[in-house]
Ligand binder design. Structure first.
Ligand SMILES: [Zn+2]
Length: 385
């Protein structure tokens, strides 16, 4: 392998690394393809572990976006916070969770450390991103400052805001024109990095071309840094520390610079429920399929619903939070003119011999009763008739 080939290979490997996004289970990613269509992706099981998995952004031009959206990793009630949720948006098992119960009287000394939300020295929960951790910390501080009687009202308002599709649309309308010049520049940088610069070095030799190649590369990374900085300041005005870190990366690492548009999009929908984001971005068919999965999971989470060691107050908080979320999802779907009983009707029988099905994962069985082995002994439901 020549030195030029090795150099291109190293840059390509770093670039592919930049295309990967680690998602904690309980999050999904919306990926835009070359034709501008959005698809839903769950954390990979092959490239992942029980806590999360990798999702790859489209690596070839025209470069699209990859935008994650995550469910809240906390069950919050008027009395306290339970660092546990029974439902998981993704197929398969729920992720490991700390299961810490924290009454609001003990919500003091709340800090954000990277993706972790900490109370004193203890990690309450590991979130999907620094921004989600910050958003949850702000929400908990606000709730802790309220009298208990007003917390229920505040929680209901937070849930309503999480399903506000008009706000999601507005966010996208703000983002799209800000990101367009950056995305164009990223596409040009990709072509320069992987086609033009190697071709110039191959044709004229490294000694004659290294300086002009480097100067053009620098012009690209400076342009991307300026465009990213301006757009980021507008979209995430409070995230100054992260902005500085990303500015440095985009300026000094060409592979990161070629994905700057994606970095800008990554936290766009923090705080919104993934189902509401799906309604805005996905086709009606894909949205309906995802909605069915969300409702079934809320109604029939994998067993045991809660850890056996959880105190009664935590169990009550989990049940109340899941019921409130199911109510919000149902209202939201009705608002989208979706008939929820129709949406959650039993699946079609795969074969006439099938008598029962799992109400969560929808596996079908020929036995007249029993439990689903994939959902930790969740009782099966009978097919009608
Ligand atoms: Zn099942």
């Amino acid at each position: 392998m020549s030195e030029l080939q090795l150099m291109v290979l190293v840059v390509a490997v770093i670039y592919l690394w930049e295309c990967g996004v680690w998602l904690r289970r309980g999050a999904v990613a919306f990926r835009m393809d070359a034709r501008g269509r959005w698809r839903l992706h769950h954390p990979a099981t092959a490239l992942g572990n029980p806590a999360g998995g990798l999702v790859l952004a489209p690596p070839l031009p025209p470069l699209g976006y990859l935008i994650p959206a995550a469910q809240s990793p906390l069950s919050v009630g008027p009395d306290g916070v339970f660092a546990y949720v029974a439902q998981c948006l993704n197929p398969g098992w729920r992720p490991p969770q700390s299961g810490r119960w924290l009454p609001f009287t003990d919500v003091r000394d709340l800090t954000v450390s990277g993706r972790r939300l900490r109370v004193g020295k203890l990690t309450l929960v590991t979130t999907n991103s620094l921004y989600q951790a910050g958003s949850l910390a702000a929400q908990l501080r606000e709730l802790a400052a309220l009298p208990a009687t007003r917390r229920e009202q505040a929680l209901a308002a937070t849930l309503r805001a999480a399903f506000d599709t008009a706000a999601i649309q507005a966010r996208w309308q703000t983002f799209a024109p800000l990101a367009r010049p950056l995305r164009n520049s990223c596409n040009l940088l990709w072509c320069y990095l992987f086609l033009l610069a190697p071709a110039a070095i191959w044709r004229f030799g490294f000694l004659r071309t290294w300086l002009p190649v480097l100067l053009v590369l620098l012009a690209f990374t400076i342009t991307n840094t300026v465009l990213f900085h301006r757009a980021h300041r507008r979209l995430y005005p409070m995230e100054e520390d992260d902005r500085l870190t990303q500015d440095c990366l985009i300026l000094l690492a060409p592979a990161s610079s070629a994905r700057a548009h994606d970095t800008l999009a990554r936290h766009l929908f923090t705080g919104f429920h993934p189902l509401a984001v799906a309604q805005v971005l996905l086709s009606p068919e894909d949205f309906t399929a995802f909605a069915r999965r969300v409702v079934l999971e809320l109604r029939h989470p994998v067993l045991p619903v809660c850890p056996e060691s959880a105190p009664p107050a935590a169990l009550a908080t989990e049940a109340a939070a899941r019921t409130a979320l199911l109510g919000a999802v149902t209202n939201f779907l009705q608002g989208q003119k979706i008939n929820v009983p129709d949406l959650t009707r039993p699946p079609e029988r795969a074969e006439p011999a099938c008598l029962t099905y799992c109400p969560r994962c929808e596996s079908q069985f020929t036995t007249p009763d029993g439990t689903c082995p994939d959902c930790n002994c969740l009782p099966l439901a009978k097919f009608p008739g």
